[in-house]
Write a new protein. Structure first.
Length: 386
């Protein structure tokens, strides 16, 4: 028996996962600085309101709409209004996750073997999603110069006849940088000129550390644009599986895209009724949990000690840390687990250049984060710690 080539991944345990497993099996502590699940990080959720919203009697009636219930889409449109963007409920399509949203869009835009350009460094999930939809994920570079920037000259050089879309994560994960309006307008102009769609992942939009971030939903929408987000980050409820696609652009293109997406969504009808009925309540309660998360992120970021260097973080839940050059190597994350008991992601996991970058998450409890930072500091400065 044979299996599909699209799932022919290396499924062997990684060296980092093995190091963590072996340390825990030996009864040794692991300070995990990779935790990104807000539901296990000690935040104060309004559990009563969250669960009560699932008891709406309307959920007992099956009344499927491929784009999602009107009340749910109106609530999402209200979220964008609060952020200064006019989004018609009819331009929204509800999905169970941004992963599913990506899959819908890849199927809409790409034939097998077509390509999508995604920034590097960025989150590695996109590679697996592309594989599953027979899409080739190509990359364009971000460069660091007192902040992260799109290399537009190289981006345009990498556009081939097989490219169908450019993918932007705004704010980026893990770099935490914001794509500001001059770059946004340049991206839209490029996509319009080259006949490409623009896919924008905005799941961390509400987590600007020093400023409110402008959504791509505000325009100018020179090209066919898909803006993705969901409650995984907005309301810190990843377990509820609620996300969406907002569609913008020249009217003829947008209308045709929505007609086709309607059929794609109707084929799956994946969003369940209880979650759709609860969506307005969950969105309305987002600010309380967002304040807690932002306070936690700011506090942890301020606790990164020398000689560790946190690259500037404008938004999001992650930080890229640069270790002293002398201690970096290709197996840095595995080495840190074995020698300090601290789990981090290697920069290579996200496509960061160089061996002395690691990535940590900023939403775990302050005490845990400080404990991990102190262990890393001691490891970087063994002479001073003796």
């Amino acid at each position: 028996m044979s299996f599909s080539r699209r799932t022919g991944w290396d499924t062997a345990e990684s060296d980092l996962a093995r190091a963590i497993r072996e340390r825990r099996a030996a009864g040794l502590e692991v300070v995990d600085l990779t935790v990104s699940n807000p539901t296990v990080c000690g935040f104060d959720f309004d559990g009563g309101a969250i669960l009560e919203a699932l008891a709406d009697p309307g959920a007992l009636t099956y009344d499927p709409n491929p784009l999602g219930m009107a009340t749910a889409r109106e609530a999402v449109a209200g979220y964008y209004r609060d952020r200064g963007a006019a989004v018609e409920p009819g331009a929204l399509l509800l999905t169970t996750s941004t992963s599913e949203a990506y899959s819908f869009i890849f199927r809409l835009l790409c034939d097998p073997g077509d390509e999508v350009l995604a920034a590097r460094p960025s989150y590695p999930l996109f590679d697996f999603l592309a594989d599953l939809d027979d899409v080739v994920l190509a990359s364009y570079p971000l460069f660091y110069d007192f902040g992260w920037w799109i290399d537009f000259a190289e981006l345009e050089r990498r556009i081939t006849p097989r490219i169908r879309a450019i993918l932007v994560v705004h704010p980026n994960n893990p770099t935490g940088h914001i794509t500001r309006r001059p770059e946004r307008e340049r991206l839209e102009e490029l996509c319009a000129r080259r006949g490409l769609a623009l896919i924008v992942d905005e799941v961390f939009l509400d987590y600007g550390l020093s400023e409110e971030i402008e959504s791509f939903a505000t325009g100018p929408h020179l090209c066919l644009t898909f803006v993705l987000s969901g409650l995984s980050k907005i309301a810190a409820l990843p377990q509820m599986k609620v996300a969406w696609i907002a569609t913008f652009g020249p009217e003829l293109l947008r209308a045709e895209a929505l007609r086709r997406l309607d059929i794609v969504a109707d084929t799956f009808l994946s969003m369940n009724a209880p979650a759709q009925h609860a969506l307005p309540v969950w969105l309305a309660g987002r600010e309380a949990i967002q304040r807690q998360i932002l306070d936690r992120v700011r506090a942890n970021l301020a606790r990164v000690p020398e000689p560790l260097e946190a690259l500037p973080v404008e938004a999001g839940w992650s930080a890229v840390l640069r270790l002293p050059q002398r201690v970096g190597n290709d197996a840095i994350a595995e080495m840190l687990v074995r020698e300090t008991g601290v789990a981090v992601h290697p920069g290579s996991f996200y496509g960061l250049p160089g061996a002395n970058y690691i990535v940590v998450n900023l939403i775990m409890p302050n005490q845990t984060f400080v404990q991990g930072m102190e262990k890393l500091k001691q490891w970087c400065e063994p002479e001073e710690s003796t």
